[in-house]
Design a binder for this molecule. Structure first.
Ligand code: SF4
Ligand code: SF4
Length: 263
């Protein structure tokens, strides 16, 4: 039976990342790790089992010098809404434990660590490689333990984790609004750590359904595209670029196949 979700107050949080502004500095990755207690290994030389909720990739146009061009593309979880925005994102659809779920009030795809039993079906299903498995219990240097965020639970060996759009910040902002007698959040009251850390101002985060918010206007920009649009995962992360080769590499579309998303 087709699910129907008619929540008038439903928000759809998402981000627009301007690739023409991104310098590849990695501040978003560092801020994310600090905010979300993302563990690191003593030896990070093997990136295959490193955990980075937002990862900055480098793209090149593949041309030899002097025509070489590069572009950096930060990739968090896309918080896919699935076809028709019904919350049937690839990872949610395959999880046998309901350990990953779609919140119809915010459009955020959550990860509930205590339910996850580590089958990793979600990792296989995610076309964006946005999920990470904990192969070890996290180990932080003794002095660093004082700096762990008290708002995010650390994960244990054997479970999958991923970007949450800093959902704990949404909860904190909603609590504050409640105590102040407000039902709604101010435009930028809830922001992700990566958005705030980006020195280039490349990331804009907000409610994609709010016509007054900058993020709404930006996602309609003619430069906007989403990764692997053809899979109809309906991501909530949009990218902006003026470079056609970046768009092609990111969207993976074939020649003459491009369709402007503008949804
Ligand atoms: S990007 Fe991957 S992990 Fe995130 S919602 Fe989509 S399928 Fe799930
Ligand atoms: S912090 Fe901003 S400029 Fe730096 S890599 Fe991330 S998106 Fe790019």
């Amino acid at each position: 039976m087709k699910e129907v979700h008619n929540n008038e107050n439903a928000k759809k949080f998402g981000m627009v990342i301007d690739l023409d502004k991104c310098t590849g500095c990695g501040s978003c990755m560092v801020a994310c790790m600090a905010e979300n207690n993302v563990p690191f290994k003593v030896d990070e030389s093997n990136k295959l089992d490193s955990i980075t909720w937002i990862r900055v990739y480098k793209l090149t146009n593949g041309k030899p010098f002097p025509d070489t061009e590069i572009c950096y593309i930060p990739r968090p979880c896309m918080h896919c809404g699935g076809k028709g925005d019904l919350g049937h994102s690839p990872c949610v659809s395959v999880c046998p434990a309901t350990a990953t779920d779609y919140d119809h009030n915010t459009g955020i795809v959550s990860q509930i660590y205590t339910r996850c039993f580590g089958c990793r079906y979600c990792m296989a299903a995610c076309p964006y490689h946005a999920r990470y498995f904990n192969w070890w219990d996290p180990i932080w240097p003794e002095d660093m333990k004082k700096y762990l965020s008290p708002n995010v639970s650390p994960r244990m060996r054997g479970v999958v984790e991923k970007c949450s759009f800093c959902f704990h910040r949404h909860q904190l902002a909603m609590e504050k609004a409640h105590y102040e007698g407000r039902k709604e959040l101010e435009e930028n009251e809830y922001q992700t750590a990566c958005t705030q850390a980006c020195p280039a101002g490349a990331i804009t985060f907000g409610n994609l359904n709010n016509h007054e918010h900058k993020v709404y206007e930006l996602k309609k920009d003619p430069r906007a595209f989403r990764l692997l649009e053809r899979l109809q995962t309906n991501p909530k992360v949009y990218y902006l670029t003026t470079k056609e080769w970046v768009r092609r590499a990111g969207d993976n579309y074939l020649k003459n196949e491009f369709k402007n998303v503008n949804v």
